[in-house]
Design a protein around this ligand. Structure first.
Ligand code: OAD
Length: 235
């Protein structure tokens, strides 16, 4: 096996064929809901009901979709690498749970996840699969009006950055799948990996803003590109 320790970053493109909207495509999420209104602390302070509504729609949509062959292939890769003494660090910018439902055991949700809520007062987190409202009380401290989706908004620090940086420093290969490379710090992982002299590969439907940073680029839909590439790695 050429690569035993692999770091993968996924974005909305890996879930597109499962039926989840991407952000920046024509008709994508940010076209219908201005990002500053639904994905910033300022937007939440101004209109919390709109923000809860936006994430309620996203959470409800999770119940209508299933993982596709790309999610399943990455779960297969995780098992295969572990069996051979290697390791996969799977980082996703996605707030859906399709990697977990596709069988991946260890997923780093750097932008949070729709199925978790966060109390801004006591920082208690809990799993929540149904609709939420601005006035809901925290199950731990009972304070009302300060529970929010456990999602990283623009202007906030993504989760698990130390673990991600250590994984990039220790890997043999960094792979980016289905992301436009428009949002930092995730968009900068390829440069970080190059700085550590790691091999880099991009799998995306089309060229992304960061394509030129990668040593190799493969274009096509994730549902076929990813299983093909996983087969090559595990051969
Ligand atoms: P984008 O919507 O910016 O980009 C999706 C990428 O997936 C594009 O480059 C598409 O070409 C590609 N794509 C679409 N369909 C695909 C398919 N079937 N197979 C492979 N690739 C496909 O979404 P992200 O890059 O994930 O952040 O966006 C990054 C972050 O920006 C999100 O996590 C979100 C957003 O604003 C927050 O909400 C904090």
């Amino acid at each position: 096996m050429k690569y035993k320790n692999i770091v993968i970053l996924t974005g909305a493109g890996i879930s597109a064929e499962s039926g989840i909207d991407t952000f920046r495509a024509e008709g994508g999420l940010w076209e219908n809901y201005p990002v500053e209104q639904v994905a910033t602390p300022e937007g939440y302070a101004k209109d919390p009901d709109l923000v809860h509504h936006f994430y309620n729609l996203r959470r409800a949509a999770l119940k209508t979709v299933t993982p596709n062959p790309a999610h399943e292939a990455l779960a297969h890769l995780e098992t295969g690498l572990v069996k051979s003494g290697g390791c996969l660090t799977l980082i996703t910018q996605n707030v859906d749970d399709l990697h977990e439902r596709g069988g991946s055991k260890d997923v780093i949700h750097m932008h949070g996840i729709l199925t978790s809520m966060l109390c801004a007062v006591c920082e208690h987190r809990w799993e929540h699969y149904d609709d939420t409202q601005a006035n809901m009380p925290c199950p731990a401290c009972s304070v009302q009006n300060l529970c929010r989706p456990d999602i990283v908004w623009f202007g906030e620090m993504p989760y698990h950055m130390r673990r991600i940086e250590s994984a990039l420093a220790a890997c043999d290969l960094f792979v980016s799948i289905g992301t436009s490379g428009a949002v930092y710090p995730a968009a900068g992982f390829v440069q970080m990996a190059r700085g550590f002299n790691k091999a880099t590969l991009e799998l995306n439907l089309e060229s992304s803003q960061g394509s030129h940073y990668f040593q190799e680029n493969r274009l096509g839909p994730a549902s076929s590109l990813v299983p093909q590439w996983v087969d090559e790695v595990l051969k």
